[in-house]
Write a protein that binds this ligand. Structure first.
Ligand code: 3SL
Length: 237
């Protein structure tokens, strides 16, 4: 296996498709997706665009779906759910298809959807993601940070570094970003929550009173659920 880390979707090579592509939006989209599937959601359908989400929603019976949308960290008015993992309880999401659009995470997933194996990773499902990779042994792996509107995000890179560390003895490093991500993780592995709070998106979430969300997103390997693309833009277990 050869591992390439890209800090943002915009930095991925345009005309290449890896054997496996992993989106990381630790604060909070990929954390929330793993939580939703762990709570029994049937699937998550991702949209970069709110109008496209609303158009797709019209094709489902209203009782079968929940519409989730976040912009700038807040729930979009008129939608059922925002992007706090605490909203995705068994009572709320079990058996439902979640149609979801977030500022960066769902866009990152759309960018990598041509890969034959697409996963969503976060700190909370770290070990489970590594298990999938060691079992399936894709030759070329990309880990793509969602970033924030085209900019680097510390929390995504540190999670990419955590995956790189777990794969250390099974993988070669494909680019300098992988080495940098690993170094970031090695420096901060015992203080992930502190790093998340320090990050610019962590600061944004603190201003929105989302301290508990950050603490949850910084926990490691607490769920087994690995969102995996089953058809373009649709993730399930
Ligand atoms: O950017 C995203 O996709 C979101 O994860 C941002 S937030 O954490 O919901 O604010």
């Amino acid at each position: 296996m050869k591992l390439f880390v890209y800090h943002t979707p915009e930095r991925t090579p345009e005309h290449e498709v890896p054997d496996c592509a992993i989106a990381v939006d630790a604060l909070r989209a990929t954390t929330t997706m793993a939580t939703a599937l762990a709570s029994g959601a049937e699937a998550i359908e991702v949209f970069a665009d709110l109008d496209a989400l609303q158009a797709a929603a019209a094709h489902y019976p209203a009782t079968q779906i929940l519409k989730a949308a976040e912009r700038g960290g807040s729930k979009v008015e008129g939608f059922d759910l925002g992007n706090s993992p605490f909203d995705y309880t068994v009572e709320t999401v079990a058996g439902k298809r979640i149609l979801m659009s977030t500022t960066n995470g769902t866009r990152a997933l759309q960018r990598i959807q041509a890969a034959p194996l697409v996963l969503a990773a976060a700190a909370i499902n770290l070990e489970a993601v590594v298990k999938v990779l060691t079992r399936e042994q894709p030759e070329i792996i990309w880990i793509v940070g969602a970033g924030w509107q085209g900019s680097y995000a510390l929390e995504d890179t540190v999670c990419a570094g955590a995956i790189a560390q777990e794969l250390k003895s099974h993988c070669e490093w494909g680019n300098d970003e992988t080495v940098a991500a690993l170094a970031l993780y090695e420096q901060w592995q015992d203080h992930l929550e502190g790093l998340f709070c320090l990050s610019s998106h962590g600061q944004r979430l603190l201003r929105l009173n989302c301290r508990e969300d950050i603490a949850y997103c910084a926990r490691r390997s607490i769920v087994e659920a690995v969102p995996r693309q089953i058809s373009p833009g649709v993730l399930a277990l």
